[in-house]
Design a protein around this ligand. Structure first.
Ligand SMILES: [Mn+2]
Length: 327
């Protein structure tokens, strides 16, 4: 349950402050993008000055969320500390559990004023005004409460809320889904959200280049620990060969876990020489979060990640050691 007093205080902030900047974690996912866009729309409806600061491009399967009309509103800047001054603005973070998950510019940000999030591991909330509900399947579920309280939900905000839900729940398939999630979804459908169109655009519309990337990536598939762990690897040369970018990878991180008998799926992505981003996906009963915490990362029970520097083989060995400890 969301705390009514806290919900009201966040709504008061939206109504009484001005000149907002909305930030979220880097490696944008559906919940981060749609949470920030939904908050942007709410603030615009309250006639507030606001902008979203992203530090990387929106993955192409989410580009449709910024429609022609919306573009005129200039919802976001690609954050560059030299061109965009965040000082003096009211900073709202969404779907952000830890400052470390911000991109390289925003990591140095001095203050976050308000935090709206659903990660159990949230490290920001203690210091500032916050609305953190670990029982919410997505951050947009919390934003739904805000929009409803302010009586501002329209079809556009409803679509963003729905997108956050379907992406963070794997289309209502993960254990984070609650009765409440379905109730919110039901309300959104009543408002006019097209679940078929949104699901098609986000999940069932893969480009030829992405499929080519998938072919290259699947050749790296390896099994460990009696085939309870499957691992795939993506490097920069695969991205250039298939003419894709790191934003195209997200779709494939589910694959290792989907294999029958596999309890832990790992995707290792080369960011640059000797820097790797690791995504861990687990089946029920195994905590992805516990594995990633050992490497300074975080996330959810069944989906988490971390960044690590060093030699690839050594990283794999260390990772397998931690995975075997939780199996
Ligand atoms: Mn989320």
């Amino acid at each position: 349950m969301i705390n009514y007093e806290k919900l009201k205080s966040v709504c008061d902030i939206f109504q009484n402050k001005d000149d907002f900047v909305i930030i979220t974690h880097d490696n944008l996912d559906g919940d981060a993008i749609s949470s920030s866009l939904a908050v942007f729309c709410i603030l615009k409806k309250l006639n507030k000055k606001c902008v979203i600061a992203y530090e990387s491009k929106i993955p192409q399967n989410f580009n449709f969320l910024i429609d022609d009309y919306f573009l005129k509103e200039k919802p976001y800047v690609l954050f560059d500390c030299e061109e965009f001054d965040i000082k003096d603005k009211y900073v709202v973070s969404v779907d952000l559990a830890d400052k470390k998950l911000l991109g390289k510019f925003l990591q140095n940000i001095e203050k976050i004023d308000l935090c709206i999030d659903h990660h159990r591991t949230n490290k920001i909330f203690a210091e500032i005004s916050s609305l953190v509900n670990p029982l919410a399947a997505s951050t947009t579920e919390i934003i739904y409460e805000i929009a409803k309280f302010l009586k501002l939900i329209d079809i556009q905000i409803a679509e963003y809320i729905y997108v956050g839900i379907i992406t963070d729940t794997g289309r209502f398939a993960y254990p984070n889904v609650t009765e409440k999630t379905h109730k919110i979804a039901s309300d959104l459908i009543k408002i006019g959200v097209r679940n078929d169109t949104l699901n098609y655009k986000i999940f069932d519309c893969i480009t030829k280049n992405q499929i080519f990337l998938n072919q290259l990536v699947l050749q790296t598939l390896e099994f460990f620990l009696n085939s309870k762990c499957a691992m795939i690897f993506i490097n920069q040369s695969m991205l250039s060969k298939s003419n894709t970018s790191k934003e195209d990878i997200g779709l494939f991180t589910q694959i290792p876990r989907q294999i029958k008998g596999v309890l832990v799926g790992a995707t290792i992505k080369e960011e640059k020489k000797n820097v790797y981003k690791v995504s861990i996906r687990t089946k029920v009963g195994v905590s992805a979060e516990d594995i990633c915490k050992k490497f300074g990362g975080g996330g959810h029970k069944n989906a988490a990640g971390f960044t690590v520097k060093g030699d690839l083989n050594q990283i794999k060995q260390n990772l397998l050691c931690e995975i075997s400890a939780v199996l």
